[in-house]
Design a protein. Structure first.
Lengths: 265, 340
């Protein structure tokens, strides 16, 4: 194994289609909701595993959340990651982007000096896309976001990424270590490898780290470390539509439709 | 508790808007935010300041006054010609520490998000990303940002009461753009700042940017989903006849039938056309939010129970692969007759 080390930040999220707002309490109803790996993070893991295939890199999964994340992290191990760590501490809860990126950065520092930190483009629950640049800022290293493909130059210690921008793309190069965010759906995540699945689920130990383990400042984590407060939730309302079914044979419907929309064009 | 680099006590009652430019042209989303910023500033009696970084962009600074800015802070440097997050974050940070605005807004574009994400950490403040609405309380100067989460089904209201600036990135297309008024008066302030090559670690090797489509501005949007089986040529022909653009749900984009910049919905573009057509689309909520601001929605789906019909004005139960060609033919016939 080379000394090329990659940390992949992964999150477990509630399935978005199952979330509701309680109209009385205005709180999110999460109790009945099933969870999954944040889909964009699967693309991040796949990108890391491809680099492992190419360069024999060591791939470490890092996540922050409650203990029930553990079995999900094992899915990542069964896909081919070498190690997994979970930052889990009641005091981490209630973190906004600032506190989350701080906590993850402290976890990454504890992991030693990775060459790359790869994240998904955004999370499907918060969808802010602000973790990768925030993480890069805390770590004081460069970033390339929204990347569909990367190539490494291990000699020169640089990474080149193809970044999606409006109407096209750009090719950027930054020195490593660097933070990369992967454009959603830019690769096809692999299935679990059944030869290592047993080991991943039964033997591999997942490191669980508290605030003290990563030497985090309590004022920077969880609620005290979060400038942002949520003052309310609302169920998104969609404007009422006419819902008028146009009757008749196809030709008649075409006629009716063209007449109906004429006034709006 | 974590404290921001400057606080509520020493803030300036001002809304700052980052004016993103590409090749010397200010992006539309920045003008949309200027327009919203003007309204909020007027309600609160605050000033509206635009922040423009670039190389040859001085002419744009004057234009931003016409679009509503009371003041434009202009940073000119060859190293600012193209966006790199290193250079831009460095200069914007210096501007913020001098100007100490209460509110800082920028577009939720790839570059805007990169910049805001780093700046918020550097300034130790909160960041509300991809906002769909903004309110400013004239009494206490509190900015409330509305964001959508969980696939668009839930709205959350966010505030950052004790940290400055109050930062939000704004989703393109949610605010209408204001009118340019050449008689408006304002002041362009050329900034002094530090920037050197050694501060920039990002190397731009190549840039391939075509025309790019802007679905947020099209009057007619023709969207296709799984049900059109990749036949986007047919939708293109129809859209062309209607003077519109083609959009898509996520599956055809993932399958490579159409470019990602044409993806409509929560993770794509939110459009406000006069008429939106949904062809062969079942109607998942995260798609529907992308056309909720259309004046009229037409849906064509062979399944009468498809959820899309809940969000539709004119519902057509038919196979889109059969119906759309019939529609194209009828329009062509009408036009041929009109021309005779």
């Amino acid at each position: 194994m080379t000394d090329f080390k990659i940390v992949v930040c992964m999150k477990v999220v509630p399935k978005p289609e199952e979330i509701r707002v309680d109209p009385e309490t205005r709180r999110l109803e999460r109790s009945q909701v099933r969870s999954e790996f944040n889909p964009p993070d699967m693309n991040a893991l796949e990108m890391a595993l491809r680099l492992k295939d190419l360069y024999n890199a060591r791939v470490i999964i890092l996540s922050m959340g409650p203990a029930f994340f553990e079995p999900y992290l094992r899915i990542g191990l069964a896909m081919g990651a070498d190690e997994a760590f979970l930052l889990s501490d009641r005091r981490f809860a209630g973190a906004d982007t600032l506190a989350t990126t701080y906590t993850l950065a402290k976890g990454i520092e504890k992991l030693g000096h990775p060459d790359l930190i790869i994240c998904g483009e955004e999370s499907s629950d918060g969808a802010t896309g602000q973790v990768p640049p925030g993480l890069a800022e805390w770590l004081g290293i460069p970033q390339i976001t929204l990347v569909t493909d990367i190539e490494m130059d291990l000699e020169q210690r640089v990474v080149r990424g193809r970044r999606e921008v409006r109407g096209g793309h750009e090719m950027l190069e930054v020195p490593t270590p660097a933070v990369i965010s992967v454009k959603t759906a830019s690769n096809e995540p692999r299935f679990m490898d059944y030869e290592i699945k047993d080991k991943a689920f039964k033997q591999t130990k997942i490191g669980v780290w508290s605030c003290e383990d990563i030497e985090a400042d309590e004022g920077y984590i969880g609620v005290p470390g979060s400038p942002t407060i949520v003052t309310g939730f609302e169920q998104a309302t969609i404007r009422e539509r006419k819902r008028e079914f146009l009757p008749g044979a196809r030709d008649e419907v075409v006629r009716r439709l063209l007449e109906s929309i004429q006034d709006y064009l | 508790m974590v404290a921001s680099l400057y606080g509520v006590e020493d803030e300036q009652k001002a809304i700052w808007v980052f004016l993103e430019q590409m090749e010397g042209e200010v992006e539309r989303v920045s003008l949309e935010i200027l327009s919203k910023g003007r309204q909020l500033a007027d309600e609160a009696g605050w000033s509206l300041v635009g922040l423009l970084l670039g190389h040859q962009v001085s002419d744009q600074a004057e234009r931003m006054v016409a679009y509503g800015a009371d003041e434009v802070w202009l940073a000119v440097h060859p190293l600012l010609e193209y966006f790199t997050v290193d250079a831009y974050a460095h200069v914007v940070e210096q501007a913020m520490l001098k100007g100490r605005p209460s509110v800082f807004l920028c577009g939720a574009t790839p570059n805007g998000r990169d910049l805001a994400g780093r700046l918020a950490v550097r300034l130790r403040t909160g960041l509300n990303a991809d906002c769909t609405d903004l309110r400013l309380n004239p009494e206490n100067g509190m900015l409330t940002s509305e964001v959508t989460g969980f696939g668009g089904g839930v709205l959350a209201l966010l505030e950052s009461p004790h940290h400055r600036p109050q930062m939000s990135t704004v989703r393109p297309g949610v605010f209408p753009m204001g009118e340019e008024d050449p008689n408006r008066e304002g002041h362009v302030h050329e900034m002094e700042f530090e920037l050197a090559e050694g501060m920039i670690h990002t190397k731009l090797i190549q840039r391939v940017v075509g025309e790019g489509v802007d679905l947020t501005q099209t009057p007619v949007l023709v969207c296709g989903g799984r049900g059109i089986e990749g036949k986007f040529d047919m939708l293109q022909e129809f859209a062309h006849l209607m003077n519109g653009e083609v959009g898509a749900t996520r599956p055809p984009v993932d399958e490579g039938h159409i470019e990602r910049e044409r993806q409509v919905g929560q993770t794509g573009v939110v459009c406000r056309p006069k008429v939106a057509f949904a062809c062969g689309i079942s109607g998942a909520f995260h798609f529907v939010v992308g056309i909720q601001d259309a004046d009229i929605v037409v849906a064509i789906n062979s399944d009468p129970n498809a959820p899309i019909f809940e969000y539709t004005d004119f519902c057509i139960v038919d196979d889109a692969l059969q119906f759309v060609p019939a529609l194209i033919e009828a329009i062509q016939m009408d036009r041929a007759t009109a021309n005779d």
